[in-house]
Design a protein around this ligand. Structure first.
Ligand code: PLP
Length: 363
């Protein structure tokens, strides 16, 4: 039987139907309705944050965050899902890439500082917590203060991740989440932005509703990026189980890391952070090794994916590149292994065994 790379959480239909019946009862299908309010509150409590704004997907979460913070010129990572950079370019924001750290695979703060020194007009850093592994948020905090710039985190992979007792979403001026069906927590399509400042949250809330404020006045040009009540119903249904989902995923992730630690490289995790088991990345020593592992898994009906590849500076060639060597190298040898809630430890043991056997025979 095939082991899929990913498998979306299937919401409990009895529970979901009860929520949908409430929507029919109230007749309120979208525009910040009762389920929207419930989901907002429950997510704020669960994640330990304030100023959380639900939006219709993770890409619009990024775009609205850029608008709300008046981003004109951004420095970002070439090693992320395409939306991190394409959302900037789509909005005609001047976009520069600087390289990742070789060990964490996240945007490197030292290289970012060098990039800022050479480009005085950059007003914002957009960094991704890649695979749910927090960036060096302390260093980026320093950097933001020193250079008087904004930090926006693409936290699409980092649902439920804390550093010590603090949510990873509480760092930076804004953090964005994706609730796409393939993510740890989902609303089929959806997302959220967590703002540090209430005023930014208030402005973003108007921006996602055509620029209309609570009194009905149009304050500026906006867009429609609201999450509807049906999607909130899915979110409320799944949220009941999300703690168990994250616990199971992080157990699978730990089993992988233990089984593979001697044979492949894996990202160095932030010291104070918990695992959410969002992805299972391994970095092979060469392209040949990566190809070998890919074909071994394929022969056993096990999916895997070169994620992220290519390095985004190779896609958006018209943008400025200050450095990207680590990202370019990593994108050739990275592989993500199957990891989802419906897997069991035996699946992990099988995949670890196949990888160890194939690499063991490779000299
Ligand atoms: C999934 C993802 C997005 C996009 O989110 P959507 O909800 O699919 O629009 C953006 N950035 C990263 C890092 C992602 O993984």
């Amino acid at each position: 039987m095939t082991i899929n790379l990913n498998q979306p959480i299937k919401p409990n239909l009895d529970k979901l139907t009860q929520y949908l019946a409430q929507v029919n009862e109230s007749g309120w299908y979208t525009n910040f309705g009762p389920l929207h309010q419930q989901l907002t509150k429950r997510l704020e409590v669960y994640l330990g944050v304030e100023n959380l704004l639900l939006v219709s997907n993770g890409t619009l979460a990024l775009q609205i965050a850029y608008k709300a913070l008046n981003v004109k010129s951004a420095l970002t990572t070439p090693f992320s899902f395409v939306a991190t950079a394409s959302s900037l370019i789509w909005q005609n924001i001047e976009t520069s890439f600087s390289d990742i750290d070789k060990q964490t695979y996240n945007l490197c703060p030292q290289k970012a500082q060098q990039a800022l020194d050479a480009n005085l007009d950059i007003d914002t850093i957009v960094a991704t917590h890649v695979y749910g592994n927090p960036c060096d948020v302390e260093k980026f905090d320093d950097l933001a203060g020193k250079n008087k710039i904004n930090i926006i985190y693409d936290a699409a992979h980092a649902f439920g991740v804390n550093i010590g007792d603090k949510s990873v979403l509480s760092f930076g001026d804004a953090s964005t989440l994706s609730f796409h069906a393939t993510k740890v927590f989902h609303t089929v399509e959806g997302g959220a932005i967590v703002f540090k400042h209430k005023a930014d949250f208030e402005r973003a809330k108007r921006l996602i509703n055509f620029g209309i404020d609570e009194k009905g006045n149009i304050t500026e040009a906006g867009i429609n990026a609201k999450l509807n009540e049906y999607q909130c119903a899915v979110g409320l249904t799944i949220l009941d189980d999300v703690e168990a989902i994250i616990e199971h995923r992080s157990n699978l992730f730990s089993a992988y890391r233990e089984g593979l630690k001697c044979i492949v490289e894996m990202p160095k995790w932030h010291d104070g952070a918990n695992f959410n088991g969002a992805y299972m990345p391994i970095n092979l020593k060469s392209i040949e090794e990566r190809v070998l592992v890919e074909s071994t898994l394929k022969n056993n009906e096990i999916q895997c994916r070169q994620y992220f590849s290519p390095s985004l500076d190779m896609v958006f060639k018209e943008q400025k590149v200050l450095s990207s060597n680590n990202s370019q190298e990593l994108s050739q040898t990275i592989l993500c292994l199957p990891l989802h809630f419906y897997m069991v430890i035996d699946d992990i043991d099988l995949i670890v065994k196949l990888i160890c056997e194939s690499l063991g025979s490779f000299k």
